[in-house]
Ligand binder design. Structure first.
Ligand code: 5GP
Length: 185
């Protein structure tokens, strides 16, 4: 799998060191608030699992799966919930845990859903941020790394469901997806 990478951006060690910092910061900010961490499937699974281990306060986790209706409707921000939360967010301090913010459409939608369900607060923790691709004004409240406008894989991030189990994160070589569906970047 490593041979399919153009370049490695962050090693597993670098990612875990950054997540450790984020966990300490979030521990301080959410102390006494019993937050509900909402992971966006599937990409955020690894980030979620490493992040919560670095948070030393009582909390709960839940997961949501979201899908866009396809590229043509992406710009409208129309997405649908494939798997909803198990927990009620009414009155809860919710932290959305996302792998990467790209256009921002998914997170804008999800944040609105959680606000409408009467969450006490809704904030966003994203491991990666691609600010150069944004279509709606939304910023993660907590961000691990800012990345260039390239298609990245590894540490939960996939291309056609592959590479999620790569421990490092890197830019995928163009020849891997040439001739098939081009990644959205
Ligand atoms: P947005 O709604 O912000 O455009 O989309 C966010 C989702 O697009 C992410 O959760 C992720 O699944 C996917 N995505 C965006 N950029 C990348 C990327 O560089 N690599 C991978 N593997 N997925 C990406």
């Amino acid at each position: 799998m490593m041979k399919d990478l153009e370049t490695v951006l962050y090693t597993e060690e670098q990612i875990l060191a950054r997540i450790r910092n984020m966990g300490e910061q979030l521990t301080a900010e959410y102390r006494g608030k019993f937050p509900l961490l909402v992971g966006v499937l599937k990409g955020a699974v690894m980030f979620m699992s490493d992040l919560v281990k670095r948070m030393t306060i009582p909390l709960e986790i839940d997961f949501i799966a979201i899908s866009s209706y396809g590229t043509s409707t992406r710009s409208s921000g129309v997405v649908r919930i494939l798997k909803d939360l198990d927990r009620d967010v009414d009155g809860r301090h919710v932290l959305i845990v996302e792998d990467i913010v790209d256009t921002g459409l998914t997170l804008a939608y999800l944040r609105d859903v959680l606000v409408r369900r009467n969450a006490a607060s809704v904030r966003i923790a994203a491991l990666f941020d691609k600010p150069g691709r944004r279509q709606v004004p939304i910023e993660p409240d907590y961000c691990g790394f800012t990345v260039p406008n390239a298609f990245i894989v590894g540490y939960g991030l996939d291309y056609a469901e592959r590479y999620r189990n790569l421990p490092d994160v890197g830019i995928l070589k163009e020849n891997v997806y040439r001739g098939s569906d081009t990644p959205r970047t």
